[in-house]
Design a protein around this ligand. Sequence first.
Ligand SMILES: *Cc1c(COP(=O)(O)O)cnc(C)c1O
Length: 410
Amino acid sequence: MTNADTHPKSRRDAEARDGADPLRAFKDHFDLPEGVIYLDGNSLGPPPKAALARLRRTAEEEWRRGLITSWNEAGWIDLPKTCGAKIARIIGADADDVIVCDSTSANIFKLAAALLAKKPGALAYEAGEFPTDGYIFQGLAAFAGAPITRLDPQAGAAGLHPEISVLIKSAVCYKSAAVADIAAWERAAAQTGVSIIWDLSHAAGLIDLDLQSTGAQYAVGCGYKFLNGGPGAPAFIYVARDMAQNLRQPLAGWMGHAAPFEFADAYAPAPGAQRFACGTPPILSLSALDAALDLFETVDMAVVEEKARTLGDLFLTRAAAMGLGSISPQPGARRGGHVSLRFEHGYAAVQAMIARGVIGDFRAPDLMRFGFSPLILHYADVWDAADVLENILATQEWKKPEYSVRKTVT
Ligand SMILES: *Cc1c(COP(=O)(O)O)cnc(C)c1O
């Protein structure tokens, strides 16, 4: 996958590519507003039609009519596991080794605390890592009295050393979309006795992951990004079966108990990943996620990753012709589902694009981030989005004062 020259070179080219694209029809499974090209990066996946229908059913029938019987009759109590099994397929794990619960932030805490208790040492994260990952590690370090180490990302896996207990590391960098070599990191981790928690937030549902064969033992990730589970959808946690037996997580709630409905006084952890569950699962959110995950049932993740890269190649090549630099892997290189372009007035330019129906996002200080979710985008959409960006730069439309007013969520 190093051929930089495989992306469409004209709109006609893009249309031809769409005609031959095995993922083309997936767009019809999503409910996107007319006239919008959704290039969010991908902080919130758009709604699958099936997820919206499922939400209505869960609210109207299961909750309204079934009331508390729905925990059994509608299978609510099993949703963390059934969703976990569907995610397991997407990330290359065993069905039993993934459980859906809580947020990614909370899952990082639970997993890191359990690993730290097993092997005391430093908690490590790389400079420039997604903020919550670093914050949670800092908080846990202060709470547990453990040292904290911030690694230089340039050093890569060579930065690992035996004093480190746990490293949190994104599989796809949220800023650049650089993809980590999981197998290489795991080899270095095995030599130094470090446990790596892979943060798959920008990787799950996008990259062709095979956690088992790459030796990854611990992972967390979001349900609302490329998995399209809806705003605030619960996150997941993966623990390789052999490892879970030795881990005690600190938020030992009843949903992680071996037999929650025996109401025993003493805590006994459930087998496997289930022990990382804590309290009552959010059924409305889980229902939407469960329906959204079904879209992946027939999807070949290698095809998804390849299309994301080609869409990104197209956009990067167009952006380079506009004089815009990028911090993302260059055309032809392995990359996650987004590209980040440098532009001093990036915030205003993204706002101007949104006003024209092309939704991207902005990451401080100067990055315009555009996501290319292969299930919802056609090549022609990405070509058209590049036209809009080109026009906004050429006309300096971004200079309109309303585009510089900062909103809370960027
Ligand atoms: C989106 C994202 C998160 C978000 O965590 P929440 O607890 O869902 O807010 C965490 N880590 C990474 C790498 C992310 O991209």
